[in-house]
Every structure is written in structure tokens, then in C-alpha cells.
Design a protein around this ligand. Structure first.
Ligand code: HEM
Length: 426
């Protein structure tokens, strides 16, 4: 490695001799979110930066490895310097997937200016035109419907009966996906974030093929719906995306398909895990839960931020160093990959008192669960907050007897903190 640093130690680990559990290892991938935080805390507490090999994924090239950033200050600094740390080589995955693939599957999340700025302006204008106030009303209605659908049930699963149908319906209705396609959208987006988990990708012989198939399913659906909206405009975000022009240009059909794909997984898999992991965190802290139930509206603004910090559903994003540069005293070479471990940064004791404690009154709460400060900050942050608030309000008011009865079963993944099942009775 071309790295030299006179002042701050850096280490290139080999797995066998390493004092750390590698964040790219199977052991890490299969651990619970709390165990992962403990593994990453050891890195955060070590001086300097540590360099790891990339995950070995059949069918993908293994590149030159990456620096794991686990401190809040480092993740913030990289996020606010897009000119030095680019997303265009891929932000969603540590391994390189190739430009076409990365563009298609990540849309704006895997782009840099000026393309990123142009596309983000078009989609932001479309969101605004569609009407943020209307979206709030829609989110409230969907939360009420989700809880109403449980009438007469006693045993439920938090993930399959609450957090998934709620988040899925919000994003599908927003985009104008007919209900008959919701199950297809869910199955495909599950595969995209699955990390190859055998429960979500049953055919383990070729997970990459399953991934590509999921992407093409969503792209074909987006293309069909967009074509329909061009001929017969409706009152949905897809129509706004098809019609909105910024600086004289529209989104191309390919850009629409790719942005649609990003929205259905970025907007759905994240929120659903914040809700399910949030309920699990409240179950483990009955005092905090009772305090919120007793004074929902007063605590909601800080409680929602704390749930996002504490659960950190998006575990990581990647950047690539554009030129030789320094990061808080560490020298990095052009082309180096850096991985931003949001969950670890959100539990950095240098920034958060008692970081493992769920403190629903935490303020200030400079978490970076929705991304660090910079051009890629979560486009759906307003919706994420509104969705979490709306569903918890309904749960507290309509399901006061909700009791978690099982242990969570976690998704096998390094890039998201996600729950597959969590049993409860109501
Ligand atoms: C709790 C829920 C959510 C979490 C934790 C979350 C997290 C994140 C994070 C960490 C990023 C930053 C990516 C980067 O810096 O490279 C991001 C970007 C993004 N998010 Fe979210 N998100 C959530 C909900 C949503 C929702 C509901 C939507 C859509 C309605 C959405 C759409 C997006 C999009 C489109 C981007 C890309 C923005 C860009 O690259 O300019 N997210 N999100």
C-alpha cells in the first residue's frame, strides 16, 4: 500500500493475526447488531486507521481493500468533502461492481456532481411538486390502516405484520405502484439488500444472478408504469418524475427505472428496520417505553432521532479517494476506498454520552444515521421521520398491550442492520 504516515499509526491487518474481528469477515456478517458494534468499537478505540481486505464474493473482483472509518469525526469529514471522496465508484457496496451496474443499481447514491446535482434537483422538484403536506397525510392514513388490519389477531410478527407492510405501502402508494405489484416489489427489494441471506435468496447457487434478476424485475415494472404515466398522468410521484424538467431536461427512461429501484429499497428497507429495531430497543428499556407512551407528542421529536441513531439501519456507505489527501491527520492515497461505518460513528463516546443507552430525550443528537453532512444526505429524511412518528403514535394509542414475545432474527448482512422476524402479541 502507498500509505505513509509520520504522525498517526495505520495498520494493514491480516485476518489470521488480527486482534480485531474483520468487518468483511463471515463472523462479522453473521453477528447481531450489538456484537457488530462491539467489534467496531475495538477499531474505533485503536489509534490510527486500519486497512482490511474486501469481502470475497463469488463472481465479483476482490479489489485492493479499504480503510474502515469508525469515528464520528472521520465519517463526518469524508461526507462533507465530496470533491476528495467520491461516490461515483460505488457507495452501496465495498467491492467494485462496474460503472453500468453501479449506476443502475444505485442511481444518485452512486453518482458525483454534476450528474448527481442535476438528477437530485429533478427528483427534489418532483417530490416538492407532489406535495410534502399531502405525503404526511398519506403516511398517517397508512399507519392507521396497518394497525387496523391487525384487528382480531393475537399473535403477530412485528416485521411481517407492521413494519414491512407499512413502509412498503407508503413507498408504493407514493410512487403509484398498484397493490397487485406490492408483493413483487417487496420480494425484489428484499433480494437487493439481502447480502445473500439464504432466507431471502433461497437459491444459493448463484446469488449474483438472483440480484440481477431482482434489479431487472424492478426496472421492468418501473418502465411499464412510467410509460403508462406518460400517456395517462396520475396523481403520484412517478407522474411527477416523468413530467418534471429542470434546466430544460427530463429524466431519461433509464434514469427513472434506476431511481425507482433506489427508492423502493432505500425508502423501504431502512424505515422498516428503524421501526422493528426501535420496538426491540423499547422492549429492552421498559422505563423509556413507558415515558414515551405517557407523553408521546412531547418526546416524539427527540425519540425519533434517538431511534435512528440507536438502530442505525444503514450500517455503511463507501467512498473512494479522488487524490492523495489527508483525513484528520491520516494520509490516504488516490484510489483508496474508505468505508463509513455509520452505526459505529453513532456510538462514538467522543460525541455521545452513554452511547449504548437509548435516551429518548437526547439533545443535541448529532447522529449521522441519515448520512453525514454533504450532498448525499438522505433524500427521504422528512419521510423517514414522519413514518417513524406516525407508526409509533398508532402503536402506543391502538396497541397498548403489545408485548414482544420472541428474540429478533437478524438479517445476515454487513451493510444493513435488519430484522427478519420479531414475534409479539397484541
Ligand atoms: C430510517 C430510514 C432511513 C435511513 C436510516 C436512511 C439512510 C440513508 C443514508 C445513510 C443515506 C446517505 C447515503 C450516502 O451518504 O452515501 C441515504 C440516502 C438516501 N436516502 Fe435514505 N434513509 C432512510 C429513509 C429513506 C426514505 C424513506 C427514502 C425515500 C422516500 C430515502 C431515500 C434516499 C435516497 C434517494 C438517498 C440518496 C441521496 C443522494 O445520494 O443524494 N431514504 N439514506
Amino acid at each position: 500500500m502507498k500509505l505513509v504516515d509520520a504522525d498517526l499509526p495505520t495498520a494493514r491487518a491480516t485476518e489470521a493475526q488480527s486482534p480485531w474481528v474483520w468487518p468483511s469477515s463471515r463472523r462479522f456478517r453473521d453477528a447481531s447488531p450489538k456484537e457488530k458494534l462491539d467489534f467496531l468499537a475495538q477499531l474505533r478505540d485503536s489509534p490510527g486507521l486500519v486497512h482490511f481486505d474486501e469481502p470475497r464474493i463469488p463472481g465479483l473482483p476482490q479489489g485492493n481493500g479499504y480503510w474502515a472509518l469508525t469515528r464520528h469525526a472521520d465519517v463526518v469529514e469524508v461526507s462533507r468533502r465530496p470533491g476528495d471522496f467520491r461516490s461515483g465508484d460505488g457507495a452501496l457496496w465495498i467491492n467494485d461492481l462496474g460503472q453500468d451496474f453501479s449506476d443502475f443499481f444505485g442511481s444518485i447514491i452512486n453518482m458525483d456532481d454534476p450528474r448527481h446535482g442535476r438528477l437530485r434537483r429533478i427528483v427534489t422538484t418532483a417530490f416538492t411538486r407532489h406535495g410534502v403536506r399531502r405525503l404526511h397525510a398519506h403516511i398517517e392514513r397508512t399507519a392507521a390502516d396497518t394497525i387496523r388490519a391487525l384487528a382480531g389477531r393475537r399473535e403477530i410478527d412485528i416485521v411481517t405484520d407492521i413494519s414491512t407492510p407499512f413502509s412498503l405501502t407508503v413507498i408504493c402508494d407514493l410512487l403509484g405502484v398498484p397493490e397487485s405489484h406490492h408483493a413483487e416489489v417487496l420480494a425484489a427489494s428484499n433480494v437487493l439488500v439481502s447480502g445473500g441471506d439464504p432466507d431471502l435468496v433461497p437459491d444459493q447457487s448463484d446469488p449474483i444472478r438472483a440480484f440481477l434478476h431482482a434489479g431487472t424485475t424492478l426496472a421492468a415494472l418501473a418502465a411499464d408504469l412510467a410509460e403508462h404515466r406518460r400517456r395517462r398522468p396520475c396523481d403520484d410521484l412517478l407522474t411527477a418524475l416523468v413530467r418534471t424538467k429542470v434546466d430544460g431536461t427530463h429524466l431519461t427512461p433509464r434514469e427513472i427505472a434506476s431511481f425507482f429501484t433506489l427508492l423502493v429499497f432505500a425508502g423501504q428497507e431502512t424505515t422498516r428496520n428503524a421501526i422493528a429495531l426501535g420496538l426491540w430497543a423499547l422492549h429492552n428499556d421498559p422505563q423509556a417505553c413507558a415515558a414515551w407512551a405517557a407523553d408521546f407528542d412531547r418526546l416524539a421529536p427527540t425519540a425519533v432521532e434517538e431511534i435512528i441513531r440507536h438502530t442505525s439501519p444503514v450500517a455503511l456507505m463507501r467512498r473512494t479517494t479522488v487524490r492523495d489527501t489527508t483525513l484528520n491527520g491520516h494520509r490516504l492515497a488516490a484510489g483508496d476506498k474508505v468505508v463509513l461505518y455509520y452505526a459505529a460513528a453513532n456510538h462514538d463516546p467522543a460525541v455521545f454520552d452513554e452511547p449504548y443507552q437509548l435516551d429518548l430525550t437526547r439533545s443535541p443528537n448529532p447522529h449521522i444515521g441519515l448520512g453525514g453532512p454533504g450532498p448525499h444526505y438522505c433524500l427521504g429524511a422528512v419521510f423517514a421521520r414522519a413514518e417513524i412518528t406516525a407508526i409509533f403514535r398508532k402503536i402506543f394509542s391502538q396497541l397498548p398491550g403489545l408485548t414482544i414475545t420472541g428474540e429478533p432474527v437478524y438479517l445476515r448482512s454487513t451493510s444493513v442492520n435488519a430484522i427478519k422476524t420479531l414475534a409479539a402479541h397484541v
